[in-house]
Design a protein around this ligand. Sequence first.
Ligand code: FAD
Length: 419
Amino acid sequence: MSDASDAEVLVVGAGAAGLFAAIAAAREAPGLRVAALDGARTLGAKILVSGGGRCNVTNARVTPADFWRPASGHLRHALGAFGVEATRSFFAGRGVPLHQEEEGKLFPDSGRARSVLDALLGEARERGVALHVGQRVVALDRDAGGFRATTAGGACFASRTVVLATGGRSLPKSGSDGGGYALARGLGHSLIEPVPALEPLLLAEEGPHAGLSGLALAVELTARPPGAAIVRVRRPLLFTHFGISGPAALDVSRFWRRARAEGADAPIALSLLPDLDFGRAESWLLDEARRRPRARPAALLATRMPERVALAFAARSGATAPLARLARESRRALLHALLATPLPVVGGRGWNHAEVTSGGVPLSEVEAPTLRSRTCPGLYLAGEILDVDGRLGGFNFQWAWSSAFLAGRAAGREAAAGG
Ligand SMILES: Cc1cc2nc3c(=O)[nH]c(=O)nc-3n(C[C@H](O)[C@H](O)[C@H](O)COP(=O)(O)OP(=O)(O)OC[C@H]3O[C@@H](n4cnc5c(N)ncnc54)[C@H](O)[C@@H]3O)c2cc1C
């Protein structure tokens, strides 16, 4: 059953990627009937909470290496077709100029995520995109004539082409609860098990976070995923009552989760002296022992980190004697505590606290230049539903814009050509 809701490009899921895909399709072929359906009652919940309510729209420099699938040609294609400059210019053109902050993060000058959402909604409406809220798609069927989407309320929307942009599973209350995976599967796709990514990590009670809640410092975290190279992340870390948070923890969390999903482990270790390797750190300790022989290790460490952290790590290592009287083993124990404390990770904070999803529809199942499905003609996928996740800093939204541009443009072209 089809009705007046028929479209030539139907976007399922109107988050960041879905809205942008609808815009790209409408820009590609003006006059094309483009519609977008979203299960949520109001659009853009995730955009509004992003970046602490300020929306970190992208980053000054985005390359495939900022994602955990750097070898994939898909990222190269997407970033090449619609990269950072295109993103800046799109938002500036809608009256939302971006400025750069620390680590290259780009935010709207307005300081409000709302202006980013308004820019997307304004452009979509001006280009005639029909936006339907409260329309959760529960079935997506394909026949010779095209697609038919059925919503939870029983409405049907028919369309020649579909862009599936239902996101992943992070922040389910925003409407992204993984329901779109079943739609992709029903059209012949497989799934790499989705796990939370960019999430705070829970440590066992005896972990080094005990008593340090609220303290932040620059660290290096290393993760050792099974059968892969060591991952090193140098960024700020925040100790919390449950374990660790902050950019360093969020960035390595996906390796721990992915390993667990595969029945393995990816041990994570902490260095409080990210600029020093073992040899240089030992030379530093020995030099300082000559310069200030009566100083205690904790006092020396406090010159490079918050005092409570210095005290806690010196105590953990058992190195409490004055520097000049520190035996070799004590010095080595101190160095080990400073440079390679294993973190007893027992879990992550889960979907309600994860910023993105690792896993999803494999990139091998979509064509790199268009993100057209290899299993289902007329179907395109964009955004977080695909198996792409980036590090913290605006990279995940850039994937949403870039992938949506490819998918929306190609869907628009196909619909226009076949019309
Ligand atoms: C708290 C938080 C802060 C973040 N901050 C940043 C940041 O500052 N910078 C950054 O780059 N990234 C950030 N991210 C990540 C970023 O928000 C996501 O990568 C991005 O939103 C993914 O876009 P998407 O459109 O693919 O998915 P989503 O934004 O999740 O949108 C999917 C949409 O599909 C709809 N939907 C789902 N299933 C159905 C269905 N069956 N039928 C109809 N509609 C459906 C949902 O309601 C939703 O609107 C943050 C994430 C969170 C949770």
